[in-house]
Ligand binder design. Structure first.
Ligand code: 2HG
Length: 545
């Protein structure tokens, strides 16, 4: 009775040839899939990567941390009395400037306990598999069926609940306010950089595995494939550029959320029981947010950023009844699920399984990423990556490629076609134009007599530079004052920085508006601008201060 009646998200079956070009394939299915928010991609049957996590040594000895999820509290719980400082999910932004202690970021707080998530014990895969099997068998009464257990006596020893049985039971637990406690473990957000990835790495001894080690679908390669602007982020941000692992058991859940910076994500199920997904298109993101607020007003009143905490579930039936289109996908072992920019997604696991996920940023993401950082600034939310660094990095590389082609007459040596994102209406040109117009408007609002200075090239190389007020990233420009030269604001919050006289204050610019306009003309294909930019690139990059 609780099983939601939800339409399926689309499923794609790439041919071997189509499967060779990962981002090309994603671009091909986008017009068919993006409006569903999520889609399932089934690799060709011949694509069967071996999983190093299943090797005896790893399986029996490698320990991973888990959290405990109280499934019956994911939607219905009393609001807490005191303000929450909870951190349910290890935040990706914690890793922005290099290594961070994950244990610190993952530490359960008192608030966590009240919210139904706290840290569980460590497990090996072998131990977790046993625990998961015992739980599922006793829950569904497939073994040792006790009188009164949910699916008791009538079921035979070999009976297995179907995905639909599990889904119905899951939503009964989540939606019934007075149901019994159901506690499960989830080995979530495990850093593959520390624990190891489920995909093969290139090795000198097993060249037969190179096909998988080098594949664009190997999630270790995926974020920085040619055509993803994440190529221009040098640091290995865990969870964004380095995949995370998810070791699941029956009912372990991922609650409604969008990806950091509204990035795309790709999730691969290495093995085990299915993962059930629900997705909402990015074009309905604010409708989902409004519906969640309307249904869970107490939780939101207390914690306005509840959706960023990834701890709250809401039945797809409710969303559907409120006119928010939701689609469902059942991901089986060996299959991918792709989520599009700003697509809310949630779901749960049907039993012991292991998945791996990471982000990617093709050029069509740039406009979504720009919207994301403007939204983050309004919400005073920290960023995980420097959007402007990705944008300028791409533009610089594009002009370099255009210069080599149009001036040197070189055939493109780059393994991506920069031409396709440049030109008057190219995705990269458009993204840069939008950003430069924004920058111009913000500069225009500052007092005319405010001094402009060249930003040092390495301004944000070793330090994260963010607005003291809204945390906006300061890669492109920053405002400061002689009174506190190590304190910076974005252009929008320059007035709040201090109360010193205007002649004490200044703006640091990586590029002047004239230089940025030249960059736009170069991207549009004007040869003079391409030459000028290419010849000046080193100095424009801020070597002379
Ligand atoms: C995410 O949404 C992951 O971050 C899904 O792709 C998480 O598998 C999960 O639990």
């Amino acid at each position: 009775a609780c099983r939601p009646d939800i339409d399926e998200a689309p499923v794609f079956y790439p041919t071997i040839e189509e499967f060779e070009d990962t981002l090309g394939y994603i671009a091909k299915i986008r017009p068919l899939a993006e409006s569903y928010g999520i889609c399932r991609i089934v690799p060709p049957p011949s694509w069967t990567p071996p999983c190093p996590l299943k090797e005896k040594e790893m399986w029996e000895h490698a320990k991973f941390s888990t959290r405990i999820q109280q499934v019956d509290l994911l939607q219905n719980r009393e609001a807490m009395r005191k303000k929450s400082r909870s951190r349910k999910r290890k935040r990706k932004r914690n890793s922005r400037m290099g290594a961070r202690r994950s244990s610190e970021a993952n530490a359960a707080t008192e608030a966590d306990e009240k919210f139904g998530f706290h840290s569980g014990s460590d497990f090996t895969f072998e131990e977790f598999q046993k625990h998961a099997a015992t739980f599922k068998e006793s829950y569904f009464g497939t073994k040792d069926a006790k009188e009164g257990s949910t699916y008791g006596e009538t079921k035979s020893e070999t009976w297995q609940p179907s995905v639909e049985d599990i889904e119905g039971e899951y939503w009964r637990i989540v939606e019934t306010p007075t149901t019994d406690e159901v506690e499960v473990y989830y080995g979530a957000d495990l850093e593959t950089g520390v624990f190891g990835s489920g995909f093969p790495k290139a090795s000198s001894t097993r060249s037969d595995l190179d096909k998988y080690a080098l594949s664009g679908w190997n999630l270790n390669n995926f974020p920085r494939l040619p055509g993803s602007v994440l190529c221009f982020e040098a640091s290995d941000i865990s969870g964004v550029l380095v995949p995370w692992l998810y070791v699941g058991m029956c009912f372990s859940s991922f609650c409604w959320h969008v990806e950091d910076h509204h990035l795309y994500s790709l999730n691969y199920l290495h093995w085990g029981d299915p993962k059930v997904w629900y997705g909402v298109s990015g074009s309905h993101a604010t409708d989902l947010e409004r519906t969640m607020r309307a249904y869970l007003p107490d939780l939101f009143e207390e914690q306005p950023d509840l959706l960023n905490e990834l701890v709250t579930q809401l039945s797809p039936t409710v969303l559907k009844s409120e006119g928010v289109p939701v689609h469902r996908a059942v991901q089986h072992s060996g299959e991918f699920v792709l989520t599009f920019p700003r697509a809310y997604h949630s779901g749960f696991n049907c039993g012991f399984n292991c998945a791996e996920a990471v982000n990617v940023a093709p050029f069509d993401w740039l406009e979504h990423g720009q919207n994301a950082v403007e939204l983050y600034s309004e919400q005073c939310r920290k960023t995980s990556i420097s959007h402007d660094k990705l944008l300028l990095g791409s533009a610089r590389e594009a002009v370099q490629a255009l210069w080599e082609q149009s001036v040197l007459g070189k055939k493109t040596t780059k393994n991506m076609s920069w031409q396709s994102v440049c030109g008057k209406d190219g995705l990269l040109t458009r993204a840069i134009k939008t950003r430069v117009r924004m920058e111009e408007e913000r500069l225009d609002r500052l007092p005319i007599c405010m001094k402009l200075k060249k930003m040092e090239r390495d301004f944000d190389l070793n330090n994260e530079r963010e607005c003291f007020s809204c945390f906006y990233d300061l890669h492109l420009s920053a405002s400061s004052c002689k009174c506190s030269p190590d304190r910076f604001s974005c252009l929008k919050h320059a007035k709040l920085l201090c109360s010193c006289h205007i002649n004490q204050r200044y703006v640091l610019q990586r590029h002047t508006i004239n230089e940025l306009n030249m960059l736009i003309e170069a991207l549009e294909g004007k040869v003079e601008a391409i030459k000028l930019w290419a010849s000046k690139d080193h100095e424009l990059d801020g070597t002379d201060t």
